[in-house]
Design a binder for this molecule. Structure first.
Ligand SMILES: NC(=O)c1ccc[n+]([C@@H]2O[C@H](COP(=O)([O-])OP(=O)(O)OC[C@H]3O[C@@H](n4cnc5c(N)ncnc54)[C@H](OP(=O)(O)O)[C@@H]3O)[C@@H](O)[C@H]2O)c1
Length: 286
């Protein structure tokens, strides 16, 4: 029951109508009978500063931050966790007695989902498509364990920025290839163990496209797509059809949410239930 003591968690983004976090977190809250509610706020970029002030004045205990605010919100926070500072973006805020702390659970959630799949990333060579916010979060966590990361991106500026940030923090081999250099990409994939798509190419509703030419794939690749809508993207279907092991973005979505939930409430949510409600919602889009 909602009472005057009920604690509020929220998600701030724009647009926000299709967020799965509301369903996922409220299902978890209800299951363990916590006196919390998780709600969505559609906040325009111009209103972000006021909305973040509102977290303090309304004593909102925690917030998920999504597109387009993951970077711009950082300047309004009191503390940024070191890994989020390195990544240059946050997706979660905790309100600790009026002090707003920013953290990035995307990379942690990604790495956890890869490990849960049973794939051993130690010393592997990884090709990463994209150099945006999600790519940065994943790359910083991958770089702790793999031997080599090759970033493939449409624009050189974002790619070079990510490469230089990775190089100043890790000593593994990091290189970049522009998306237009097809032959180079093909060779790089042939020599790699794992391929990760962090671009939105293939995301609902444009589901019939893939960021990777299917002819570049080989059966020894472990292929991960951060996209969760659809669950089985064209890239994952192409990869499965030639015998690759594949992983969708659903696991990352659930895990980043679980890490946030535990941080805010101190309780472990029911992961199976969270996955079940998210998948049920995604199935409705078919
Ligand atoms: N599973 C999860 O929990 C989870 C979490 C976070 C994000 N994601 C997914 O990850 C994807 C990216 O999110 P983001 O926050 O990183 O977005 P972002 O910051 O906007 O970055 C997008 C990246 O994709 C590239 N890109 C965009 N459109 C492209 C196209 N048509 N062809 C080639 N490259 C293109 C961009 O290249 P340029 O640099 O050249 O613009 C950029 O590198 C989204 O699909 C999102 O849903 C999933």
């Amino acid at each position: 029951m909602l009472t005057a003591k009920t604690k509020i968690l929220c998600i701030i983004g724009h647009p926000i109508d299709h967020s799965l976090s509301v369903i996922m977190h409220n299902a978890a809250i209800q299951k363990i009978e916590l006196d919390y509610r998780y709600i969505a706020f559609n906040v325009f970029p111009n209103d972000l500063s006021n909305a973040i002030d509102g977290l303090k004045s309304l004593n909102i205990k925690g917030a998920s931050i999504t597109i387009p605010h993951k970077i711009s919100v950082m300047k309004y926070l009191d503390i940024i966790e070191p890994m989020a500072e390195m990544i240059g973006a946050i997706n979660t805020i905790k309100n600790e007695d009026g002090i707003l702390i920013g953290r990035n659970t995307d990379g942690e959630g990604f790495l956890k989902s890869v490990k849960e799949s049973g794939y051993n990333i130690k010393n592997k060579k990884v090709v990463l498509f994209g150099a945006g916010g999600a790519a940065r979060a994943c790359a910083f966590y991958l770089a702790k364990e793999v031997d080599k990361i090759t970033i493939i991106n449409r624009s050189d500026a974002r790619m070079n920025d990510l490469i230089s940030k990775l190089n100043s923090n890790y000593s593994i081999s990091i290189k970049g290839i522009n998306l237009s250099k097809k032959e180079e990409i093909k060779k790089e994939i042939a020599d790699s163990d794992m391929l990760v798509n962090t671009t939105p190419v293939g995301m609902y509703p444009k589901v019939n496209v893939s960021p990777v030419n299917p002819l570049w794939l080989h059966p020894n690749l472990f292929v991960v797509d951060l996209i969760y809508s659809p669950i089985h993207t064209k890239l994952l279907q192409d990869a499965s059809s030639i015998g690759c092991n594949v992983l969708s973005g659903v696991g990352m979505l659930i895990n980043q949410g679980i890490i946030a939930f535990e941080w805010w409430t101190g309780f472990s949510p029911d992961k199976k239930l969270m996955k079940q409600v998210v998948i049920a919602e995604l199935e409705k889009l078919k």
